[in-house]
Every structure is written in structure tokens, then in C-alpha cells.
Ligand binder design. Structure first.
Ligand SMILES: NC(=O)c1ccc[n+]([C@@H]2O[C@H](COP(=O)([O-])OP(=O)(O)OC[C@H]3O[C@@H](n4cnc5c(N)ncnc54)[C@H](OP(=O)(O)O)[C@@H]3O)[C@@H](O)[C@H]2O)c1
Length: 285
């Protein structure tokens, strides 16, 4: 890692006289989320995009594709190809079917990894954790970089300590293929570390189609809704006799909510070893 100085907020761009740039490879740089992140990186002085990945735009310059002259880096067709150019951090922002291989390739090349892509399972992360620890590298996986999701996670963990029954609803647009969302998976995983929910009637004792009770994700029943009119949202409902607590996050249509968290993750991931899930791994909450 080249960075010598990153202040406590993770914003090293202001203390730039001491900071050396962090070299970043961005897989998915032309996508909805990746292009917004690339444009934000162009405005920093401590993050340098040295390689980008997109199959459709391979061979072109990212600055030309995104109409951002401050981004002068080549686009490669694959992460393997892009990693020929050394980088400190790979940001994985492609698709669930390519993410795991890309993360493992980056670790093999000695890079730390920030995972924004959804769809990786707990088993995938366990395997990645083994490789990351053997290479002494950090992986920061955030199913959702938005601050309101980080708060949702923290509030839900506090509630789960006191309320023994909950379920999650995962809302997304109709063309989001992966279920449940990374946000819902990560939330279920985190709540599983607090305790297992204790439904009054276990799901396998339900009378009628079991699917109506949702999928069991790390012990929590998760219900995924995929309909036009939704963007991305997550809701966790805690129930006790005669009272109910609902904690809900909703994002709008732009990729703006994910930028600041992703920048912070890039700046901080080298302080970690192994897989860490959720932005609070590098936040003082
Ligand atoms: N963590 C968060 O806060 C957050 C926020 C938003 C989205 N996400 C997740 O991030 C992922 C990307 O979302 P998106 O909406 O940005 O998708 P998108 O608009 O479809 O962009 C995907 C990007 O990845 C590239 N790509 C896809 N498959 C690839 C492959 N096999 N090899 C190399 N490049 C590939 C695409 O370029 P080519 O097609 O040209 O290859 C494109 O640049 C999804 O899993 C989404 O759920 C997470």
C-alpha cells in the first residue's frame, strides 16, 4: 500500500502533502454504480484509478467512455488482464457470477479488495477469508455502502439483543436478478451473530406452502419483492406481544448514496486482514 497518511474520517485528500496515492483497479467501472464511483475518484487527490474493467468497452480509455478527462486509465476485458498493472486495491462492482473469481484473482496478485457486488454467499466469503488471511490482505465487503444502511444494521443488532423474533423484507426493481439483495444477506448474517430468531411456529411446522414464509438466510426468514416502482429498500420487522418495531431504509434512483462509503472503504481496507462485512468495520460508530 502506498498510502502513508489517511486521517480518521478516511478522507486523505485534504492531508495530501503526507499522502501518497492509493492505486485502484475498478471492475465494473462503466456500470451504474461503478461509473459514479469512478467520477468521484477523479475528484480526489489520494485515489488513483490505474485500471478499469468492462467487456463492452475494453481497449478504450475510461475518461473517454465516461466523458471525464481526469480519468485517464485503460479499460480491460477481464480482471485477470487488468491486474497485470499492479494496484493496491481492487474494487469489485461487476455481477454476482463474476465477483468471486475476481476477488480471488486480486488476492492472488497481492491486492486488498473492496466488494460492492451483491450475491456472494456466506460460504463464498468463508472461502475468500481463508485466502485473504493466507495472503495477509483485507477484504471489505459491503452489501450496501449507504450511511442509512450502516445505521439500519447497527439499530437492528441492538434490537435483536432484546427482541427474539424478526423477519426481513428486501425490496428491489423488477430486473434485479439476484435474490435476496446483498443488503438483506448482510443484515441476516449480522443478526445471526447476535442470536437465532425464535419463531413461535418453526417454519418447517407451517401448514400450507412453506415458500410463503420466505427463504431462510443465515437463520432469518427473508422475503424478496421484485417489482417495477421499487428501487432498493430493506426493512427488518421485530415483533413482540402487542408491539412491533420496523426499521427501514429506502434509496432513490441515483447511485449517489453508495459513493462516500465506497471511497472510505478503499481508503481503509488496507488496515484490515481477512474478510470484514459492513462499512462499520472501518467506521467509529
Ligand atoms: N454495495 C453497494 O452499495 C451497491 C450499490 C449499487 C449496486 N451494488 C451491486 O453492484 C453490482 C453492480 O451493479 P450495477 O447496477 O452497477 O450493475 P451494471 O450497471 O450492470 O454494471 C456492471 C458493470 O460490471 C461490468 N461487468 C459485468 N459483468 C462482467 C464480467 N463478467 N466481467 C467484467 N466486467 C463485467 C459491466 O461492464 P460490461 O457489461 O461491459 O462487462 C459494467 O461495467 C450489483 O451486484 C449490484 O447489486 C452494490
Amino acid at each position: 500500500m502506498n498510502s502513508a497518511a489517511v486521517d480518521r474520517s478516511g478522507d486523505a485528500s485534504s492531508s495530501s502533502s503526507r499522502a501518497v496515492a492509493i492505486d485502484v483497479c475498478l471492475a465494473g467501472a462503466t456500470g451504474w454504480a461503478g461509473s459514479e464511483l469512478a467520477r468521484a475518484m477523479a475528484k480526489t487527490s489520494d485515489l488513483r484509478l490505474v485500471a478499469a474493467v468492462s467487456r463492452k468497452h475494453a481497449g478504450r480509455n475510461l475518461g473517454d467512455v465516461l466523458s471525464e478527462p481526469r480519468l485517464a486509465c485503460p479499460i480491460h476485458a477481464s480482471v485477470e488482464e487488468a491486474l497485470a498493472r499492479r494496484c493496491d486495491v481492487l474494487v469489485e462492482y461487476t455481477k454476482p457470477d463474476s465477483a468471486k473469481a475476481n476477488v480471488l484473482a486480486a488476492l492472488e496478485h497481492g491486492a486488498h479488495v473492496v466488494v460492492g457486488t451483491s450475491g456472494l454467499s456466506d460460504a463464498d466469503f468463508a472461502q475468500i477469508d481463508g485466502v485473504a488471511r493466507s495472503r495477509n490482505r483485507g477484504v471489505l465487503a459491503c452489501g450496501n455502502f449507504a450511511l442509512t444502511v450502516v445505521l439500519l444494521q447497527k439499530f437492528a443488532e441492538a434490537a435483536a439483543r432484546l427482541i427474539p423474533q424478526w423477519e426481513i423484507i428486501d425490496y428491489a426493481h423488477d430486473d434485479k436478478a439476484d435474490v435476496p439483495s446483498g443488503t438483506a444477506r448482510e443484515l441476516a448474517f449480522r443478526l445471526s451473530k447476535v442470536r437465532a430468531p425464535q419463531p413461535t411456529i418453526p417454519v418447517d411446522k407451517a401448514v400450507g406452502p412453506r415458500e410463503t414464509r420466505g427463504a431462510n438466510v443465515a437463520g432469518t426468514q427473508v422475503h424478496s419483492i421484485r417489482l417495477p416502482g421499487f428501487v432498493i429498500g430493506a426493512e427488518v420487522i421485530f415483533g413482540m406481544p402487542d408491539q412491533r418495531l420496523t426499521i427501514r431504509h429506502d434509496a432513490g434512483g441515483s447511485a449517489r448514496p453508495y459513493v462516500d462509503g465506497a471511497l472510505l472503504a478503499i481508503r481503509k481496507v488496507s488496515t484490515l486482514t481477512g474478510v470484514h462485512r459492513g462499512l462499520d468495520a472501518v467506521l467509529d460508530l
